[in-house]
Design a protein around this ligand. Structure first.
Ligand SMILES: [Zn+2]
Length: 269
C-alpha cells in the first residue's frame, strides 16, 4: 500500500478533477456527498492509513478514501493513455490524465468512500497502529492484551493496521513463529523477533513493489505449497484456518509439527 501511495502522490495532485465517475454501484460506499462534489477541486496528494489510501482535497472539504481489498488496482493514466473499458471507479483531471480503479473477477469488494475529513477520521478511528515501525513495546502490549493466534492477530486491522494474509505468512516465517501460537504465550525474545520480522518483511515488500516486482517474485512462503523453504529446504506446507489458507515451513516455524485444519465451518459446529 505504501508503494501505491508513493506512486500516486504526484499524479493525483497535478490538476483539479474535471469529471468524477463512472463508478460501479457496488464500489461506491457513500452517497452523500456525491462523487460529482469532487469536480473542480484539486487533491493535496495521496496519504495512507493501514490498507486504505486517502486523497484529501486541498480546500480541506473532502476526502476520497479507497480500499483495494485483494483484487483492486489503482492506476494513474497519462492524458490519452488507454484505460480499461469498465473501471470500478474513474476520475478524470482537467489535464486529461485519469485515476482509474479496476478490480479483477466478478465480486466487487474494493470500496470508494467520499467523506468529509471529520467523517473520514471517525471511519478510521478503529484502526490499530501502523504495522511498519510498530516497535517491541507496542507489539508486546498488543500480544499480551489480546491472546490470539498469531496469524489472526497480525491480520486484525483493529489491532495492527496494514498486514494482510500474504504478509502475515511472510512475517511469521521470517520470525520463525507458528501461525497458531497464542500471542500471549510469546516470550520477550519472540516478541522482539516478531517486531523485527514485521519491519524487515514489510520493508522488503515495499522495495520490491517499487521495483515493479510481481507477487511471484515477492512472496517466498505465501502460495508456495510444496516448494522448498528458502531457509532450510523443507517443502512449504499449508493449513486452512478460519476463512484463510496459511502457508508455513514445518521445520522453521513449528519444529516438525504439521498444523491441523481449523476452518471456520468446523469451528462453528
Ligand atoms: Zn524452513
Amino acid at each position: 500500500m505504501e508503494a501505491w501511495r508513493r506512486a500516486l502522490d504526484g499524479p493525483v495532485s497535478v490538476a483539479p478533477v474535471a469529471k468524477a465517475g463512472p463508478v460501479h454501484i457496488a464500489t461506491l460506499k457513500t452517497f452523500d456527498p456525491p462523487p460529482a462534489a469532487l469536480e473542480g477541486r484539486r487533491f493535496r496528494g495521496a496519504e495512507r492509513r493501514g490498507k486504505r489510501l486517502l486523497f484529501p482535497t486541498d480546500d480541506g472539504e473532502l476526502v476520497l478514501v479507497v480500499h483495494l481489498m485483494t483484487a483492486g488496482r489503482l492506476k494513474a493514466l497519462a492524458a490519452g493513455a488507454k484505460g480499461p473499458k469498465q473501471p470500478a471507479f474513474a476520475l478524470e483531471f482537467t489535464d486529461g490524465s485519469k485515476l482509474v480503479l479496476t478490480e479483477a473477477g466478478k465480486r466487487k469488494r474494493a470500496g470508494v468512500w467520499l467523506l468529509t475529513p471529520a467523517a473520514a477520521e471517525a471511519e478510521l478511528a478503529h484502526l490499530g497502529p501502523e504495522a511498519l515501525g510498530i516497535g517491541v513495546a507496542q507489539l508486546g502490549e498488543i500480544c499480551r492484551r489480546e491472546s490470539r493466534r498469531l496469524h489472526a492477530l497480525l491480520r486484525d486491522q483493529r489491532l495492527i493496521a496494514g498486514i494482510g494474509r500474504a504478509w502475515a505468512n511472510e512475517i511469521l516465517h521470517a520470525a520463525k513463529l507458528s501461525p497458531y501460537a497464542l500471542s500471549a504465550d510469546l516470550s520477550n525474545e519472540e516478541v522482539e523477533r516478531l517486531a523485527a520480522a514485521i519491519d524487515s518483511e514489510l520493508a522488503r515488500g515495499l522495495e520490491l513493489r517499487e521495483q515493479g516486482a510481481s507477487d511471484e517474485q515477492t512472496y517466498r512462503v505465501h502460495r508456495r505449497l510444496g516448494e522448498p523453504c528458502h531457509v532450510c529446504g523443507t517443502p512449504i506446507a499449508q493449513v486452512d484456518f478460519e476463512e484463510h489458507t496459511i502457508f508455513y515451513c514445518p521445520a522453521c516455524q513449528t519444529p516438525g509439527r504439521v498444523l491441523k485444519d481449523r476452518r471456520l465451518s468446523r469451528l462453528l459446529r
